[in-house]
Ligand binder design. Structure first.
Ligand SMILES: C[S@@+](CC[C@H](N)C(=O)[O-])C[C@H]1O[C@@H](n2cnc3c(N)ncnc32)[C@H](O)[C@@H]1O
Length: 248
């Protein structure tokens, strides 16, 4: 049993939640102000602002739900897609506070779970190696994890090194298509034959799948898991590196 009484904190993605709440309040305040004028155009502008405010409010609520509870449900869904043996070498790309790295580590006995990140503050609040290590300690998996400062676009692991590669909400942060393609090719390079990769993201999952297909992997696209633990819009691509050309 874990004796540590602290709770792990898997962080707030993107970080702009407070700013979005302020923008939403401005939308609502301006709409209420404009609706008081006896002018058709101002009333129409108020209604547009009101609709924008509603949509933004929905986004804020869903982001908040995802951060507080959905993230853990989503993590468990992703991890349940792997048939764990306990001896896997696992890579979590853009681990942040270690959501998937630590979740995977809990399913291992002799295996190892490695998380890589470049600690961008705009992608996650208080994004540091130390905060991730703290979560690993609270969850009692320090002996099964390793955290490295590595860019997904150029990894320093040997070819065919990992049995399982995971990533949630990371690759879309790479600004260029060239960079995202390079990261996908790196994933294929470091994945062992017989290994599985699962990428969950809000954008570009079709692009990732296309590169995996080009590189000879078999690929499955999973439907958007609308509000089922995830942000609306999360999509998942799962790919398998064949052991030989004859294996499906
Ligand atoms: C939105 S956070 C998600 C963190 C974690 N995967 C989760 O689901 O809680 C995205 C993470 O990807 C990292 N990241 C962005 N670009 C990266 C890159 N090129 N290589 C490695 N990590 C990257 C960011 O620093 C951030 O920690």
């Amino acid at each position: 049993m874990n004796e540590n009484k602290d709770k792990p904190d898997y962080g707030i993605d993107g970080g702009p939640l407070n700013k979005l709440v302020i923008v939403d309040l401005i939308f609502w305040g301006t709409a209420v102000f404009l609706i008081t004028f006896p002018n058709f155009y101002l009333k129409a502008a108020a209604i547009i602002l009101f609709i924008c405010g509603l949509m933004l409010g929905f986004l804020i609520i869903s982001m908040n739900f995802y951060t507080k509870a959905g993230k853990l449900i989503h993590r468990d869904k992703l991890l349940s897609m792997i048939d764990w043996k306990g001896n896997e070498m696992v890579l979590d790309i853009g681990t942040g506070r270690g959501l998937l790295m630590i979740g995977a580590a809990k399913r291992l006995n002799t295996g190892k779970s490695i998380g890589i990140d470049i600690w961008r503050q705009e992608d996650m609040q208080d994004n540091t190696h130390q905060n991730t290590l703290k979560n690993g300690s609270i969850e009692g998996v320090l002996d099964k994890i390793e955290i490295k400062n590595v860019d997904a676009q150029k990894m320093d692991f040997n070819d065919n090194y990992f049995d399982v590669i995971l990533s949630n909400l990371c690759l879309h942060n790479i600004p260029s298509k060239q960079g995202r393609d390079a990261a996908c090719r790196e994933i294929v390079r470091v994945l062992k034959p017989g290994g599985t990769v699962i990428i969950s993201d809000i954008l570009y999952t079709k692009e990732y799948g296309k590169i995996f297909l080009q590189e000879g992997l078999s690929v499955k696209f999973l439907n958007s898991i609308f509000l089922n633990g995830a942000n609306p819009g999360h999509k998942v691509v799962k790919a398998f590196k064949k052991i030989s050309n004859h294996q499906e």
